[in-house]
Design a protein around this ligand. Structure first.
Ligand SMILES: *Cc1c(COP(=O)(O)O)cnc(C)c1O
Length: 376
C-alpha cells in the first residue's frame, strides 16, 4: 500500500509532471518572473471558471482578505462579523487592520456561520460579514445576503477552502462560491483544492470600481507606475505559480470529483454509526471536500488520533482552538464569550485524509482502523 498522507501533492504532481515541468521551464526561459504572461492568463481563465467579472491575483489567501477589507474602506473600530470556528487567517486580518472581530456561532451541521447568530450580532458599527465556506461546503449565502442587504453591510466570502464549489439559489440559478458576495477571496496554498507549488491567492469581484481599488491596493496603491494614490501593500502571485495553476485549473473539476468519491467511500463505511457523524451535505451546494471532518460522540478523540498515527494514518484537528479563545484577540475580551456550539465542535471534530489520490486500499485501511478503535 502507498503511504497515506493528509494531502498527497506528490502523486498528483507525478500525473501531470510533463505539463507542469514544461510551463515552469518556459517561465525560466522568458525570465518574466514578476507579472509575466501566465499571471494575466491565469487570472482570465480563473475568472471564466468561477464566473467572476474580475480576478485580482495576489500573494496568498491572507493578503487577499486584507486587501478586500482595505478596498471596502473599513475603518478602525468598524465591526466585522465572522465565525469563531475557522482558520485564524480569516479573523487575524480583521484585527491587523484595527477593525473589531465579532465572533459568532456556526451551525453544527454545516460547520458554517449561522445566519441567526449573524443577525443577533449586528450593531450600528457592523460594516462587514466574512462567511467562510469551511471544509469545502458553502455557507448559507442566500440568508446571509438577505441580512447584509437589509443592514447595508458588505459580504466578503472566504473561499480558501471551497474553490469550485457551486451554490444553488432557491430560484434555480447557481453561482460558484467566491462570486456571491461583494468580494470573494481564495488561497492557492499547496494543500488547498487548487494548490500552487508555493504561496498564492486571488480576489474576486463583479464590481468594476472595487476591482480597480483591489488592484491598486495589491500593488503599492498605484494607479500609474510611481504614482501612489492610496496606501497599499505589495502582494503578487509570481509567474511560476501562475503557470502551474493554469495547468492545475484544467483538472480542478476532476479533482473535486475524486475528493467526493473518497468522501462517498467514507460516508458508506461510517453510515448510521452511533458514535460517528459523517459530514452533512447541504442541499444548496455541492461539497468540494477540502476536508472530510467527522463529529465523534462518546469517542476519546485524541486517543483515536494517536491510534491512527501508530498505524501511519494521519488525522488532524481543524482547529484545536477556536478564534474567540485565541490569545491574539485578548484585547477584545472574546475568551469570556459563551460559544457552546463552537466549543462543542472543537472538542469533537477530527479530519481524515482526503485528497485526489486516495485509492480503495488506502480508504479501506483508514476506515477499518477508525472503526476498530471506535468499536472497541
Ligand atoms: C488557507 C486559508 C486562508 C489563508 O490562506 P493563505 O494562502 O495560507 O494565506 C484563509 N482562510 C481560510 C479559511 C483558509 O483555509
Amino acid at each position: 500500500m502507498r503511504p497515506i498522507q493528509m494531502v498527497d501533492t506528490q502523486t498528483q504532481y507525478h500525473k501531470i509532471k510533463a505539463e507542469i515541468n514544461q510551463v515552469v521551464l518556459d517561465v525560466f526561459e522568458s525570465s518574466a518572473f514578476i507579472n509575466g504572461r501566465p499571471v494575466q492568463e491565469f487570472a482570465s481563465n480563473l475568472s471564466s471558471f468561477i464566473g467572476a467579472k474580475h480576478t485580482i491575483t495576489c500573494g496568498n489567501g491572507t493578503d487577499a482578505l486584507q486587501i478586500a477589507m482595505m478596498a471596502l474602506g473599513l475603518q478602525p473600530g468598524d465591526e466585522v462579523i465572522t465565525p469563531s470556528f475557522t482558520y485564524i487567517a480569516t479573523t487575524e486580518v480583521i484585527a491587523l487592520l484595527k477593525l473589531t472581530p465579532v465572533f459568532v456561532e456556526v451551525d453544527p451541521k454545516t460547520f458554517c456561520v449561522d445566519p441567526v447568530a449573524i443577525e443577533k450580532a449586528i450593531t450600528p458599527k457592523t460594516k462587514a460579514i466574512v462567511p467562510v465556506h469551511l471544509y469545502g461546503q458553502a455557507a448559507p449565502m442566500e440568508a446571509i445576503l438577505e441580512i447584509a442587504s437589509k443592514s447595508n453591510i458588505y459580504v466578503i466570502e472566504d473561499n480558501a477552502q471551497a474553490i469550485g464549489c457551486e451554490y444553488y439559489f432557491k430560484n434555480g440559478s447557481k453561482k460558484k462560491t467566491g462570486t456571491i458576495g461583494h468580494i470573494g477571496t481564495t488561497s492557492f496554498y499547496p494543500s488547498k483544492n487548487l494548490g500552487a507549488f508555493g504561496d498564492g491567492g486571488a480576489i474576486f469581484t463583479n464590481d468594476d470600481s472595487l476591482a480597480v481599488k483591489l488592484k491598486m491596493i495589491a500593488n503599492h496603491g498605484q494607479s500609474k507606475r510611481y504614482y501612489h494614490d492610496v496606501v497599499g501593500c505589495n502582494s503578487r502571485l509570481d509567474t511560476i505559480q501562475a503557470a502551474i495553476l493554469n495547468i492545475k485549473l484544467k483538472y480542478l473539476d476532476e479533482y473535486a470529483a475524486a475528493r467526493r468519491k473518497a468522501a462517498d467511500f467514507y460516508d458508506k463505511a461510517f453510515a448510521n454509526h452511533q458514535k460517528i457523524k459523517t459530514p452533512f451535505r447541504a442541499n444548496y451546494s455541492n461539497h468540494v471536500f477540502h476536508q472530510y471532518t467527522l463529529i465523534l460522540e462518546g469517542v476519546e478523540r485524541n486517543g483515536l488520533n494517536e491510534f491512527l498515527a501508530k498505524r501511519n494514518i494521519p488525522s488532524m484537528i481543524y482547529y484545536p482552538v477556536p478564534g474567540h479563545k485565541q490569545k491574539m484577540f485578548s484585547q477584545f475580551n472574546t475568551s469570556s464569550q459563551v460559544m457552546p456550539v463552537t466549543d462543542w465542535l472543537t472538542d469533537r471534530v477530527i479530519s481524515l485524509p482526503i485528497h485526489t489520490e486516495l485509492d480503495e486500499e488506502q480508504l479501506n485501511f483508514i476506515t477499518s482502523n477508525v472503526l476498530e478503535f471506535v468499536n472497541q
